[in-house]
Design a protein around this ligand. Structure first.
Ligand code: GLA
Length: 496
């Protein structure tokens, strides 16, 4: 699970009961947390052992359990999550009058010794099924395109946001540019009723009506769940309810499922990834409705090698993207190793787009779009389509760049680095290629593309620069351009 997911789980501990216990930090500490949109309240149980100044133990919350490690200086303590890749402690505080009074990622929390009433029930283990091949659903012949709520709206997404976003997908031209899926990410979930049927929460009063509305706009609707008991945001998920949930989504008219590992990691080891994802692949197939199946398990267990076997149309190759150059580039570099496994119906997914969210420069966003197109990545916009600027539109709706992404051959480019310049070449169905030269440096640089290096089977017929929208004169074998810092020279080359 991502740091973001964990942060969401743990925010906002508060008061429970209060006996006082000296200076020893060892014990089982409980706190309640923030309210979820479905009326449930987050919980946390910190189980600590102390050996001199060393602390160790676990932190449990709804659906999750994580090892923690830390140090104590008298009554003061600092705790880190094991494997969270964060140099800063997530919890810093003091033992005061038998309470842990602490700051957790900036929020004040108070925890008390846990009682039986605080326990978080652990769901029974369900054996994963035996492996078999799930028949391909025939969808996603080219990388899926659309919009997803998470990157900008996170838990603030609701019915009205989705409706107005669907309207904007049409009025902005996004739909006609190919962005068809409108995908609701985490936090739509309510609780299960007596029949085990998962309700929506108050933000989504009628999901079937919402699907009808989105469909009436010529768009498709996506939804989100986890194979664990809880989503990454701690909402109820599909563990033990796979068939029931898939049937319900199909009855609503859902066209796309993002299925996020999250709390399945508290139940299964990585050797269960394939059968667990297969279970939902089977459940979706059994509905008879065409539903794009998006696996989200951050690239674990070489998913690119078995994703199609479980009926997957795309799978994440990385952790969560953030709206920054370093995060975007780290994700695309990680995607590179998976290149041989992309193809029609099954795609490597370096996560959704951040274009237009405001923390990268226009050149960086052009590079983001160029690299996602060159690597045949799904194009799921993550910005506010209702208010996007002309520049954002010109990047997301550059039809020639979209055509590179959507090329029917479905090849994924790989990078070759030369100093600050990184070149990505993508073979295209008509025998031509797309070539991207990214300037990783902090100053503008000269990039030269030698057409003879492209090893085309036939002579070059035409070359276009897809960001300056100019056809190039074919007087020489090479084309040189000045590429701004973090920008990309993106050429489309046609062969005779
Ligand atoms: C994980 C996923 C994200 C998003 C959140 C929702 O972190 O990787 O893309 O779906 O969960 O909680």
């Amino acid at each position: 699970m991502s740091m973001h997911g964990l942060a969401g789980l743990l925010l906002g501990f508060a008061l429970l009961a209060a006996p006082a216990y000296g200076q020893n930090l060892a014990g089982r500490w409980a706190a309640t947390g923030s309210a979820l949109a479905n009326g449930e309240v987050q919980k946390g149980i910190l189980d600590l052992k102390q050996d001199g100044d060393k602390l160790s133990g676990t932190l449990q919350s709804l659906g999750f359990i994580n090892d923690v490690t830390g140090k104590a200086t008298g009554a003061h303590f600092e705790l880190w999550g094991v494997g969270w890749d964060d140099p800063k402690p997530f919890l810093v505080g003091d033992l005061v009058s038998g309470e842990l009074q602490a700051t957790q990622w900036g929020d004040r929390i108070v925890a008390h010794k846990a009682t039986a009433a605080d326990e978080i029930p652990r769901p029974a283990y369900i054996e994963p099924p035996a492996l078999h091949k799930v028949k391909s659903n025939g969808l996603a012949k080219t990388p899926p395109m659309g919009w997803n709520s998470w990157n900008l709206f996170a838990e603030k997404v609701d019915d009205q946001t989705v409706r107005t976003m669907a309207d904007a997908m049409v009025s902005s031209g996004m739909r006609d540019a190919g962005y068809i899926y409108v995908n609701i990410d985490d936090t739509w979930e309510g609780v299960r009723d007596a029949q085990g049927s998962l309700q929506t929460n108050h933000k989504f009063p009628d999901m079937k009506a919402l699907a009808d509305y989105v469909h009436s706009k010529g768009l498709k609707l996506g939804i989100y769940s986890s194979p664990g008991p809880r989503t990454c945001g701690s909402y109820p998920a599909s563990y033990g309810h796979e068939v029931q949930d898939a049937k319900m989504w199909a009855s609503w008219g859902i066209d796309y499922l993002k299925y996020d590992w999250c709390s399945a990691g508290a139940i299964y080891k990585n050797d269960a990834l394939q059968p667990v994802y297969q279970k939902m692949g089977d459940a979706l197939a059994a509905t008879g409705r065409p539903i794009v199946y998006s696996l989200c398990e951050y690239g674990m267990g070489s998913v690119e090698k078995w994703g199609p076997e479980v009926g997957g149309n795309l799978w994440r190759t990385t952790g969560d993207i953030r709206d920054s150059w370093d995060s975007m580039m780290a994700n695309i570099e990680k995607q590179a190793a998976t290149a041989p496994y992309a193809g029609p119906g099954h795609w490597n997914d370096p996560d959704m787009l951040e274009i237009g969210n405001g923390h990268m420069s226009d050149n960086e966003y052009r590079t983001h779009m160029s690299l996602w197109a060159l690597t045949a990545a799904p194009l799921l916009a993550g910005n506010d389509i209702r208010t996007m600027s002309p520049v954002t539109k010109s990047i997301l709706m550059n039809g020639e760049v979209i055509a590179i992404d959507q090329d029917p051959l479905g090849k994924q480019a790989s990078p070759v680095k030369n100093g600050d310049l990184e070149t990505w070449i993508k073979p295209l169905a008509d025998g031509g290629v797309a070539v991207g030269v990214v300037n990783l440096g902090s100053a503008a640089a000269q990039a030269t593309v030698h057409l003879s290096d492209l090893h085309l089977a036939r002579p070059v017929a035409k070359v276009r620069d897809l960001w300056s929208h100019q056809e190039l004169q074919l007087l020489k074998d090479s084309y040189t351009a000045t590429v701004p810092s973090h920008g990309t020279l993106l050429l489309r080359v046609w062969a005779h």
